[in-house]
Design a protein around this ligand. Structure first.
Ligand code: SF4
Length: 295
């Protein structure tokens, strides 16, 4: 049991890079909540919390976490809130915390596209400098099969709109998302999307099926054949091998991953590929990943 100065509506998720951030639950759950692979918020009904509810929590967090540099807005896609709702919250965070390095949240591309350029710039100027976007794949067919509610084009448009407003992005891709059948296209189209948007941060997670493969197959609208660990490494190698980007900080340090990787792309591409090749040559071919305890 951890000490928390405010009462959170569990479960609460945050990216690894927000481990030292104050977490403010601006929304509860995910407004979309329909992705085939995601069980994070299936126990919650989406709700936007009011400014009146949040104000005392911001005050408490700022008093307990004195000197904290970052604030993360949870849950699933807090950026779904309109700029009219987000701006007073971000203002209050700045008033209570004082100078922060950044405020961030999870977002869907549609949450960015629903805001005007000037609203995005205003949020950026108020310190909302980073959005975490789980694009999962660049392949339109696979995006449909997992019911992501986004496309190759909407994803690029959303990310570019954020970048044009000066908001940086941290993009997540899921290794093994489509199984054997969709693996090659998943790797190539995902690399294509990353090459077009050149995010500040990139991370890869590995598909986990906490309720088992049958449960996932029921939600996945295609034929799913689970990849072995070696096949997952091959997919990742193809993805990284096709990246042509500048100064992208890459991490594969999620609990779901079989091999921790990190580097700056494309500078460290060869080194990452060598690590993957070594893993491919030294992992028994028929080994399947086991589901991690936590998403
Ligand atoms: S992956 Fe993201 S958008 Fe999809 S259901 Fe989960 S939290 Fe919501």
């Amino acid at each position: 049991m951890f000490f928390t100065p405010i009462e959170y509506d569990e479960p609460v998720f945050r990216p690894p890079g927000e481990a030292r951030s104050a977490i403010l639950q601006t929304t509860l759950g995910c407004s979309w909540n329909q992705c085939a692979f995601c069980e994070m918020y299936t126990s919650k009904k989406f709700k936007a919390r009011s400014f009146e509810e949040l104000k005392p929590e911001i005050e408490t967090l700022s008093k307990v976490y004195k000197g904290v540099k970052k604030v993360f807005l949870a849950d699933g896609n807090a950026f779904v809130l309109s700029a009219g709702k987000l701006i007073p919250i971000v203002n209050e965070i700045n008033n209570q915390f004082g100078k922060l390095q950044r405020i961030s949240s999870y977002a869907l591309p549609k949450d960015i596209l629903n805001k005007s350029e000037s609203e995005l710039k205003e949020l950026r100027n108020l310190g909302l400098k980073l959005l975490y976007i789980g694009i999962e794949t660049g392949d339109d067919e696979l995006l449909k099969l997992i019911n992501k509610g986004e496309t190759f084009n909407s994803t690029i448009d959303g990310i570019q709109k954020a970048h044009n407003a000066g908001i940086e992005t941290s993009i997540m891709i899921i290794n093994g998302l489509g199984g054997k059948k969709y693996s090659e296209k998943h790797a190539l189209k995902s690399a294509e999307i990353i090459n077009k948007v050149n995010p500040k941060f990139l991370s890869t997670l590995t598909l986990s099926m906490p309720y088992g493969q049958d449960h996932f197959q029921k939600r996945f609208n295609g034929e799913f054949q689970q990849q072995t660990i070696v096949e997952l490494f091959e997919e990742l190698k193809l993805f990284i091998g096709n990246l042509e980007v500048e100064n992208v900080i890459y991490r594969s340090n999620h609990v779901s991953n079989n091999l921790p990787l990190q580097g700056t792309l494309s500078k460290d591409k060869n080194q990452l590929i060598e690590s993957l090749q070594y893993a491919i040559e030294n992992t028994p071919e028929n080994k399947y990943p086991s589901a991690p305890m936590f998403l």
